[in-house]
Design a protein around this ligand. Structure first.
Ligand code: ADP
Ligand code: MG
Length: 256
């Protein structure tokens, strides 16, 4: 088991944002976490990545406790995420966005960089190679000198995922990566997610608001409503689930 979440609970004042959630993610699995707006999906990610501390419950990565560990250490242990609202350095180039993300994982500090030691040069060489490889996998190599903010929405999402992968995670948490995309971009993104799972041997938890998008690629789904998991199972089982259909009533999304 890569990631195991048990009894996870977080209340904000009177709001039960996450209320006794159990979830698990096996090696190489792609699991969808879906549910209407405000059902607690992003808060689950914030709890797993150490942004918030849970009121109750446990989170383990390969059996190791993550609760109470600061976000940067959880990242080092192998958990990376993207955000619902894209967080890129919009005024920097595509290449520099990836370089910065990789930089913190190289074996030299600012002193070595200033003094231009051998370690620095080796690090720079390694960094340039890694960045090239990444950009080609993400088919962004022709865009490397462009400003991140000028990319299409789909490419910005890809760049954000590229940045998340810079920390060499085993578990990738994607928070609504298809938000704001047109249907063509969504189709490409879903294929892309499958491809990087293979290439980087990732286990992926994918938050999506629109059920339709995850039906095609996820092996299992968990559906949240009001902080709780109200249904779980294969996409085909979730599709016709009465509780799920009711949870989505009044939501402007297609659930079939
Ligand atoms: P989702 O990602 O499923 O749309 P969220 O996890 O963002 O849902 O939010 C779940 C609930 O928790 C919402 O009612 C939201 O307003 C509330 N919430 C999330 N974060 C905070 C916070 N930092 N302070 C207060 N309420 C919050
Ligand atoms: Mg959210």
């Amino acid at each position: 088991m890569m990631l195991e979440i048990r009894g996870l609970t977080k209340h904000f004042g009177g709001i039960r944002a996450v209320d006794g959630v159990d979830l698990h993610l096996g090696q190489g699995e792609l699991v969808g976490l879906i549910g209407p707006n405000g059902s607690g999906k992003t808060t689950v990610f914030n709890l797993v990545t150490g942004i918030y501390r849970p009121d109750a419950g446990s989170v383990t990565l390969k059996g190791e406790n993550l609760v109470g560990i600061p976000p940067h250490r959880i990242n080092r242990l192998g958990v990376a995420r993207t955000f619902q609202n894209i967080r890129l350095f919009r005024n920097l180039t595509v290449m520099d966005n990836v370089r910065i993300a990789h930089h913190s994982h190289l074996g030299y500090g600012p002193v070595a960089a200033l003094c231009r030691t051998g370690r620095f040069y080796n690090g720079e060489k390694e960094l340039n190679e890694i960045v090239e490889v990444f950009l080609s996998i993400f088919q962004l190599q022709n865009r490397k000198y462009e400003i991140a903010g000028s990319l299409s929405y789909g490419d910005q999402r890809k760049l954000e995922i590229a940045r998340a992968l810079a920390s060499k995670p085993e578990v990738l948490l994607l928070d609504e990566p298809a938000a704001g995309m047109n249907p063509y971009e969504v189709g490409r993104l879903m294929e892309f997610i499958l491809a990087i799972r293979e290439r980087f041997r990732l286990s992926i938890l994918l938050i999506e608001h629109q059920m339709r998008l995850v039906m095609g690629i996820c092996e299992r789904l968990a559906v949240m409503d009001f902080g709780q998991v109200i249904a779980r199972g294969l996409p085909a089982e979730i599709r016709g689930n009465r509780k799920v259909i009711e949870a989505y009533l009044g939501e402007d999304v297609a659930i079939e």
